[in-house]
Design a protein around this ligand. Sequence first.
Ligand SMILES: Cc1cc2nc3c(=O)[nH]c(=O)nc-3n(C[C@H](O)[C@H](O)[C@H](O)COP(=O)(O)OP(=O)(O)OC[C@H]3O[C@@H](n4cnc5c(N)ncnc54)[C@H](O)[C@@H]3O)c2cc1C
Length: 434
Amino acid sequence: MISSTQILDVLGIGFGPANIALAIALEELAPTLTTRFMEKRSDPLWQPNMLLPGSDIQNHPLRDLVTPRNPRSRYSFTNFLYENQRLYEHLNLPLHYPLRLEYAQYVSWVARFFEDQVNYSSEAVSIELVKGGSEEGTNHYRVYSADGQVYRTRSLVLAPGRTPYIPDPFTKIIDARIQHLNNYLPALQEAIESTAGECRVAVIGGSQSAVEILLHASEHAGVKEVVGYTRNFGYRQKDTSPFSDEVYFPEFVDTFHRANPEHKSRLRRELLHTNYSASDIDVLDRLYIKRYEQYLRNEQGLEIKNCHEVTACDARTDGIEVKSRQFLEGKTSRKTFDLVILATGFLDLGSGERQEPYPPLLAALASNHDGMQIARDYRLELDGHLPTYLNGLCESSHGMGDAGSFSLLALRSKAIVESLVALLPTRVENQRHA
Ligand SMILES: Cc1cc2nc3c(=O)[nH]c(=O)nc-3n(C[C@H](O)[C@H](O)[C@H](O)COP(=O)(O)OP(=O)(O)OC[C@H]3O[C@@H](n4cnc5c(N)ncnc54)[C@H](O)[C@@H]3O)c2cc1C
């Protein structure tokens, strides 16, 4: 047990898949380091607000929290199935990839092994660097939680997930009826209750989540109308060419990290649709057939506004009014909704469009740095600071496979642990010889 005054070796912020994979790597590769994680949720849950019936995962299940690093680990997806006595039943499923529900259960199952290292309902709100020479002796970070706790640590691993991207007309309004996909299921429930089952839903964006939400909302009791807005000609299919999917190879991370800024942007443009603004064919086909079937029945509950730019929105008592423009013919339209879901993705780090300069939690530490440099081992190069790592936020520096995906989690946690062991040697050595 760690006392509140103790200076930890490692403090992880966030206990989603990225830092769960780190907890496993720390246990297996550096068990002497004193470690703690802060998690703002009250339970270990993976993307619970998008756990839609029938949805599957988008990564090969063996690219789990540990297998690519240590296939013999007890924390693998295969062992989860085995220990829960459903290996054969799972293998017999007529599915390409596992259900998201089952993978979410796997993530929670692993997280529970680390219960004694995690403070749930503990949201990190600010971080401060304390220089040596104070009464506490050695340089360390102080991390403050929303409920007034203070954690002290010699290193930090930030894994809070990426910041939601809110597109332009919606940034001007704060209204509970406009929600990012991160809050989809509870927001839908609330909208249905407040409209006595006459709910009108808009879904903005062309992502996998947009298509899944259109399908889910249009089949949900209490939803009267669903409209999808996309700037594209149609909902696009993901680039699943095995050549493009080499983006998820560990070697690609080296290549991308070494590339100059111009080559990085070129690769990002080319490889965008391996993961973004595009969907798997199974949900695209379902949506297309659904719309056709509705046409056969002469119903109008589901509408898709393609080539439509949302130009403005207005919060009114009778709903959120969305104004859009069909860019080919210049026609404008207005519609009012009880719920607007922004399936518009997330921000990356950087200074361009859809980017933020640093994770908001690092504002006090990083705001005087002109552009953040992130080393191959995911360490932030901040002058005079302690080892500080970004886990799951490094797409602009490390490439498409290295954020927003399970694919490289296990290897990323190895790189971070090896770096920690190299940079925090004294404590490790002392404990080894104790
Ligand atoms: C709907 C959806 C489906 C997806 N499906 C797949 C898939 O099938 N396959 C795939 O490879 N990827 C998928 N992804 C991508 C997904 O981002 C990763 O799989 C994975 O969730 C990333 O893990 P993470 O730990 O980096 O981030 P997250 O899963 O977002 O976890 C971050 C954690 O940090 C906590 N946190 C945040 N801020 C704080 C704070 N200040 N203090 C304390 N705790 C904090 C959060 O509560 C959360 O638990 C999906 C993403 C979404 C949105």
